[in-house]
Design a protein. Structure first.
Lengths: 681, 255
């Protein structure tokens, strides 16, 4: 080896001529490296590939004309964007490359933004200035920001769009979950517009928990909330038996009794399952509460807690007090005050108490707690930050209990501690942290949630949107969210509406739920007498809906109070209720309206006017619409429904005034009652 | 002069080491070895085909395939391998059929909108391969927006299936609307035709007035998004609408 090497050195550098020749050759080669590197660069290779690909296409001439060789760059100083991605991704803007699935030559799918105005890295992350595949896409030593995986791409929409955005369901779901799952009780999430995300899960106060349930149940719940209800929002803190024992001991010992909670009702909890089931159905409890049926499927809404095993949880006296008036125990509850009679409370509580699971707390015996255990429990309650979510007498709500997440989407990878073997990227870190928070070290407090894979992706999407860029964007480039409305109705009627929890389902002036119609303009829309009757005894307006307005057993005085308020306060300035009469339209106009209804506009596709012929299930039934709506509202609604209720499904038909008047005349003549009865005879 | 050669050598060594390092970082961890104990003759789909999801996300339901023998009886213990275009991942990527002859895998589609053709393959006793192809649909931004609009405005008449939450109005209509998956009919209509029907209602193309005009309720881009969605989910597929990502395209142009 050594000798061959020596002879080779001798041959090359033996005398000055040879040495000169060899060195010049080396010099030439080293000079050629730079141009060669340029010539063999990846982007040039891809551009050749592109030209080869378009060569045989029918649209080759156009594509070749559009093609320009060399490095391309999109430079946007406002956004800090220098993107050279288009050097390899040559066909991004070529509409005719729709059928090409080969990267990097695919056309960009349609989005509402122009690539020239936004660049690539604003949405996709990665290194815009890089000109090699690895450096542009992956995270290398010099570059930290890898390409954002497609499943999180909507996070980039959220940098500028602060509110809910159509077409970005993941982002919307993630932001919703941050509030709905209570993440923001412990973690502060400040949005770039200064708004701080508020929790919407409304966890109950634990100051009077002993009125409501037993220590055994509290223990079982603390150990595994999902064992009681699969849908429970409360996460699992993975407590040891001793810790759960001491925490339950403290919570029970710390609880004070509320006056109304222990008073017994005159009637005992009845065991009439049929009557109970029908009262449960009539009260539309399942609009908000879910129950697992025999097949194991959850049936019902998710506004209130699941009731599958409620009989194993609550004390009978507490349940009766709660059913009589939930606001005594929990002033902010979403549950309406139903004004049930004592026998009704007895029937319903009997029905609910029967929903018990004898296996749930079987074989659980807790010894009476010692003072030491209670003190230890109190310490644990503080340590785990229980008071971040729940009100607990004697424990202060901790401020900033967990790290703030306002700029988590820009957290440098170097500041993160990864699990062995996991991909070292920020999105992967966030998702894994939500999925298995306790895996990241000993003594961590973040509890285990039961999110689905998709929910975790959504949460990570929303969190990635909270990043430095979202805070530093020029204001002109941001799209603000609608300001939160904390509208509250005033006076006596307002108190009543809060008591009935109208806002749990209805929205008024931007505040409230979306289960039931928006009532912002209800005063212009309906006739007074109808509203009175409806509040007393709500009937079905939409045949296909399973969620309906429950009956609250209101007194005449209460009904009048609410009606008067709504008729006055909820008036639309553009609808003059009294400008059109409720009857007396010429027969010819009514007939014309009927023809338009069934012919030109084919309204029967969605609505029912004549129950014998019409079947439409989508809009409300109109058999009695003449006694329900005001003529002025119908007329304006025909002209432009979205102006009165943004987002309503009814299409805007841009009706002429004449057509709208005729349809109003026809509809207002549908007073219900008499007509159908005649038909039956 | 002699001092130079070791430095060049060192340079070469460094380059070699670097290329090795790069090569190694791309290597996937070795999959656990699975041994088939039986062999079938055909694979059939049990469930999970033709699902719709957003690009880069996991299908709502897992893909379940079944291996049968020549008589059509399920074969437990056969090895099934899943593959698809780059970007598609399977969890697990291969599996042995269970006691009912089935293998279940969770599929995450690639980052681009279109139809992803997945292949489930197995071998018979002689080592000959047989396979099943399944199509899944990934929606891009425009189609996702279209899907939302469809759910709000169209679905209740155009989808004959009812759920507890959403009762279909399909059966109530005297003239039945076309479900959006009905590719045989809808693929024959051009984008301009569909735009006309959606904007101006059925009568625009001499069709039923039960289809109202949406042109003043939905914007032009909304209607474009809807059409994009309709094209994406059409069955049989609308060939001109979106690319099909299949394994045969998997080789990058550099190879």
């Amino acid at each position: 080896m050594k000798t061959t090497f020596k002879s080779l050195a001798h041959k090359l550098f033996g005398d000055s001529v040879r040495a000169f020749g060899a060195v010049s050759l080396l010099f030439l080669i080293s000079l050629a490296i730079a141009p060669a590197k340029n010539y063999f660069s990846e982007w040039r290779h891809y551009q050749h590939g592109y030209l080869k690909m378009i060569h045989n296409r029918s649209d080759a001439v156009t594509l070749q004309r559009h093609f320009q060789g060399g490095i391309h760059q999109i430079w946007l100083p406002d956004l800090g964007v220098v993107d050279r991605c288009t050097s390899c991704h040559v066909g991004l803007k070529e509409a005719s490359l729709n059928d090409v699935s080969q990267q990097p030559f695919r056309k960009h799918p349609p989005i509402p933004h122009q690539i020239d105005q936004f660049g690539c890295t604003v949405c996709h992350r990665g290194q815009g200035v890089a000109t090699t595949v690895v450096e542009a896409h992956s995270s290398t030593l010099a570059w930290e920001q890898p390409i954002l995986p497609a499943k999180y791409i909507e996070s980039s929409c959220g940098e500028c769009h602060r509110g809910p955005l159509p077409g970005a369901p993941r982002l919307n779901e993630g932001r919703h979950l941050l509030s709905r799952s209570g993440c923001v009780h412990c973690h502060t999430v400040k949005l770039a517009d200064g708004k701080i995300l508020k929790a919407t899960d409304n966890p109950p106060s634990l100051s009077h928990i002993a009125d409501k349930t037993t220590r055994e149940w509290v223990y079982g719940w603390l150990k595994d909330p999902q064992a009681y209800a699969a849908t429970a929002t409360m996460p699992n803190f993975k407590l040891s038996d001793d810790d759960a024992r001491d925490m339950s001991a403290f919570l029970i010992a710390n609880s004070t009794s509320l006056p109304g909670d222990t008073a017994t009702v005159s009637a005992k909890a009845s065991s009439d399952p049929a009557a109970g089931a029908s009262l449960y159905g009539e009260s539309f409890c399942s609009s908000c509460h879910a129950v697992q049926n025999a097949a194991g499927n959850l049936v019902g809404g998710d506004v209130g807690p699941e009731l599958t095993r409620v009989g194993s949880k609550v004390k009978p006296e507490w349940l009766q007090a709660w059913l009589r008036n939930p606001r005594v125990y929990h002033a902010e509850t979403a549950m309406p005050h139903y004004r049930l009679s004592d026998p009704e409370v007895a029937t319903l509580s009997g029905f609910l108490l029967a929903k018990a699971d004898s296996d749930l707390l079987a074989n659980l015996h807790l010894e009476a707690a010692t003072a030491e255990q209670i003190a230890h429990g109190k310490r644990l309650i503080s340590d785990y930050g229980c008071a971040s979510c729940h009100e607990i007498a004697g424990i202060k709500r901790p401020e900033n209990f967990a790290p703030e997440l306002s700029r988590i989407g820009s957290k440098p990878v170097t500041q993160l501690v990864f699990l062995p073997g996991m991909p070292r990227t920020l999105p992967e870190y966030i998702a894994t942290k939500i999925k298995q928070p306790r895996a990241f070290g000993q003594g961590l407090k973040m509890p285990q949630y039961t999110f689905t894979g998709q929910q975790i992706d959504s949460l990570a999407t929303a969190l990635l949107a909270s990043n430095d860029r979202s805070f530093t964007l020029p204001p002109a480039l941001t799209v603000a969210s609608k300001p939160d409305s904390d509208y509250q109705p005033a006076g006596k009627a307002g108190k009543l509406m809060t008591d009935l929890a109208c806002f749990s389902c209805h929205r008024i002036n931007g505040h409230g739920g979306d289960m039931a119609p928006d009532l912002t303009w209800e005063g212009s829309s309906v006739q007074r007498q109808w509203l009175v009757e409806f509040l007393k005894n709500p009937n079905t307006l939409r045949p296909a809906l399973i969620r309906r307005m429950p009956r609250f057993n209101l007194t005449d005085g209460e009904v009048n109070e609410i009606t008067d308020y709504m008729m006055t306060a909820y008036q639309n300035p553009s609808v003059d209720r009294d400008s059109m009469p409720l009857s007396g339209y010429p027969q010819g106009q009514v007939e014309l309206g009927k023809q338009l209804f069934y012919g030109k506009y084919a309204c029967q596709g969605c609505h029912i006017v004549d129950t014998r012929t019409d079947k439409g299930y989508i809009g409300p039934t109109l058999t009695k619409v003449g006694s329900r709506l005001t003529a002025a509202w119908i007329f304006q609604w025909m002209r432009n429904p979205q102006a009165l209720r943004p987002g309503t499904t009814e299409p805007n038909r841009t009706m002429s005034e004449e057509d709208a008047q005729a349809l109003t005349a026809f509809l207002i003549s549908q007073k219900g009652g008499g007509k159908t009865e005649v038909a039956k005879k | 002069m002699i001092g130079r050669s070791p430095s060049i050598l060192a340079l070469f060594a460094a380059a070699l080491a670097m290329s090795l390092a790069v090569g190694c970082s791309h290597k996937t961890p070795p999959a656990t070895l699975l041994n088939p104990t039986a062999f079938g003759a055909a694979i059939v789909e049990s469930s999970g085909g033709k699902q719709i999801t957003q690009t880069g996300t996991t299908l709502p339901q897992p893909l379940i395939v079944q291996v049968n023998d020549g008589q059509g009886t399920a074969v437990p213990g056969a090895l099934v391998e899943f593959s698809g275009a780059p970007g598609v991942t399977f969890e697990p990527a291969k599996g042995v059929t269970d006691s009912s002859g089935q293998v279940t895998t969770n599929v995450t589609l690639g980052g681009m909108a279109g139809r992803f053709r997945l292949i489930a393959s197995s071998t018979d006793k002689t080592g000959k391969q047989f396979a099943l192809t399944v199509d899944e649909i990934a929606l891009g931004y425009e189609q996702t927006l279209g899907r939302q609009l469809n759910d709000q405005y169209c679905e209740r008449c155009h989808n004959p299936e009812s759920t507890v939450e959403r009762v279909s109005n399909f059966d109530n209509l005297e003239i039945k609307p076309h479900p959006f998956t009905e590719g045989d009919t809808l693929n024959k209509l051009s984008d301009a035709d569909l735009t006309a029907i959606i904007s101006h209602g059925g009568p625009a193309l001499n069709k039923s007035a039960l289809m109202p005009a949406w042109g003043n309720t939905l914007s032009k881009s909304d209607i474009q998004a809807l059409i994009s969605y309709i094209r994406a989910i059409s069955d049989p597929p609308n060939r001109s609408a979106s690319p099909v990502y299949a394994k045969s395209y998997s080789k990058p142009p550099s190879d």
